[in-house]
Design a binder for this molecule. Structure first.
Ligand SMILES: [Zn+2]
Ligand SMILES: [Zn+2]
Length: 152
């Protein structure tokens, strides 16, 4: 909900300005990653205008607060589905249907930090996306593979 995002924004010391509300509204409604230009276009369709520099700034802020995320694979932005909890948010991205599932796993972060520490590296944040098939697409792929072998 946009109201939840606005509450988080305020709780972390930021005002809910008009551009921030508008961008949050768009992110709340779309079901796929969107670019700043997509956001601008959607708003224009509603007779509302924000220049793209403003949209970039708003997205930067939202991402820094975990309210939104920039996808590594597509470069598009999505609303956080984990209530902007602190920590590293990661994604499972289905390459067939585009479904995105978000998760956060502290244990995984610790393991990766340890791995990096052994390489003499101090980690502050992880960005990661898993590319593959969601359970639905994987299952239908399995069924397809079975029926293909059955035909022979
Ligand atoms: Zn998130
Ligand atoms: Zn899928």
């Amino acid at each position: 909900m946009v109201q939840d995002s606005i509450r988080t924004l305020r709780a972390r010391g930021h005002r809910a300005t008009r551009p921030r509300r508008l961008v949050l509204e768009v992110l709340d409604e779309v079901d796929r990653p969107v670019s700043p230009y997509d956001i601008q276009g959607i708003l224009l369709g509603r007779g509302k205008y924000l220049n793209h520099v403003t949209i970039y700034r708003v997205l930067d802020l939202l991402c820094s607060l975990n309210l939104a995320h920039k996808m590594l694979s597509s470069g598009g932005f999505i609303k956080c589905s984990l209530d902007a909890v602190q920590g590293c948010h990661r994604f499972l991205v289905c390459q067939h249907c585009g479904a995105i599932r978000e998760f956060a796993d502290e244990e995984l972060c610790h393991e990766e930090n340890e791995f990096a520490r052994n390489l003499g590296f101090h980690t502050e944040h992880h960005l990661s996306e898993f590319c593959g098939l969601c359970s639905r697409c994987y299952n239908s792929w399995l069924r397809g593979a079975e029926s293909e072998t059955g035909d022979k």
